[in-house]
Design a protein. Structure first.
Length: 189
């Protein structure tokens, strides 16, 4: 009987000591932060620079020759999970395609980056600029003139047309080191 009482008293003392240790540790953390300088960033006066791969405002870039990279292939609008990209394709006299108009509804965009992944010409790119909100939702719909920039964006050396050619009509642009086309009819009996 006496042994049981002693065991219970010992357990109570251990639990009490645990409680005091826990309380002391939490007060220590409180005091440590009480005398620290607060880490408050005053936005928009102070703007933290974001990593280059941050995904926000979308732009349409140009190739190193200054031409529009977009060939209006519709891959970006096809892959977009919220269907916020639309465009109409057109063709220049030399056969080079471009977007007659190109529209992105930023009110729907979820900045997933899939359009950038899908684009074969590196035309569409996401940038770290996140300050694109407007009080009026309709102002979040951006046209080609708002999206097209006068630089190459992330990859300033890539030129789709140096690899893929301009048109299949007439002179086909050759891939670097590409063998001349085979005349299939020459194999016929
Ligand atoms: S980032 Fe995503 S949601 Fe936004 S336009 Fe591109 S594919 Fe669509
Ligand atoms: S931005 Fe890229 S993926 Fe979209 S239509 Fe233009 S070339 Fe195709």
């Amino acid at each position: 009987m006496r042994q049981a009482e002693e065991k219970e008293t010992k357990g109570l003392m251990e639990r009490g000591a645990d409680g005091i240790r826990g309380l002391a540790a939490s007060y220590a953390v409180t005091f440590k932060h009480l005398f620290r300088r607060p880490i408050t960033e005053s936005y928009p006066e102070y703007k933290r620079s974001l990593p280059a791969r941050s995904r926000a405002r979308i732009i349409l870039t140009r190739d190193p020759d200054g031409d529009e990279r977009c060939v209006a292939c519709y891959l970006c609008s096809g892959v977009c999970p919220v269907s916020c990209i639309s465009m109409e394709s057109a063709e220049r006299e030399d056969g080079r395609r471009y977007a007659a108009w190109f529209r992105i509804n930023f009110a729907r965009c979820i900045f997933c980056g899939l359009c950038e992944e899908a684009c074969p010409t590196l035309a569409i790119q996401l940038t770290p600029d996140f300050e694109i909100c407007e009080p009026n939702l309709l102002d979040m719909v951006r046209e080609k003139a708002d999206l097209l920039v006068d630089h190459c964006g992330k990859n300033d050396a890539y030129d789709f047309y140096r690899h893929a050619g301009v048109s299949e009509k007439g002179d086909k642009g050759g891939h670097i080191g590409e063998a001349p086309p085979v005349n299939l009819k020459s194999n016929m009996p």
